[in-house]
Design a protein around this ligand. Structure first.
Ligand code: HEM
Length: 126
């Protein structure tokens, strides 16, 4: 999950470069978009997969009931934000519509929520 968060932070950085160029009215080359996708796509896949593996590990490896900790609740929120940001990003990529502001805000929220989930997860380490 730490890799997912690190990739998400790099995706956010690349996304903010896209935003700055958009506001400046500059031409945004293919490379700028590719840099964003390179970090963002694996971040979304890892973020959502990690969410599924967490409760599975609590139940199968540790013999504890899943979804009983604050870490799990914040984790559900973070996973939902990963999925929502990814879905809106896909719509932007395909040109279906332009939910740019929602995509950017969810992207920032997912970083905050997953960082909070990570901090809360430390107490669960053996
Ligand atoms: C970790 C997940 C992600 C974060 C944190 C993130 C963050 C951002 C941010 C901050 C922007 C700038 C928006 C603006 O111009 O105001 C952006 C733009 C964009 N993102 Fe993402 N994003 C993520 C995932 C994705 C994914 C998975 C895709 C595609 C499948 C995607 C596609 C796009 C596109 C196409 C734009 C440019 C929109 C435009 O101005 O035309 N993003 N992203």
């Amino acid at each position: 999950m730490l890799v997912a968060i690190a990739l998400a932070a790099l995706a956010l950085r690349a996304g903010l470069a896209l935003r700055r160029a958009r506001h400046a009215g500059a031409r945004r080359g293919r490379a700028l978009f590719e840099r964003h996708y390179r970090f963002a796509k694996p971040a979304v896949v890892l973020g959502v997969t990690g969410f599924a593996l967490g409760p599975l590990s609590m139940w199968a490896l540790r013999g504890r009931a899943p979804f009983e900790t604050v870490h799990a609740i914040v984790g559900v929120v973070a996973a939902g934000l990963f999925a929502a940001t990814g879905l809106l990003g896909r719509r932007l990529e395909r040109g279906t519509d332009r939910p740019i502001e929602a995509h950017a805000r969810l992207g920032v929220a997912l970083i905050l929520a997953s960082a909070a989930a990570a901090v809360m997860g430390f107490v669960l380490l053996p």
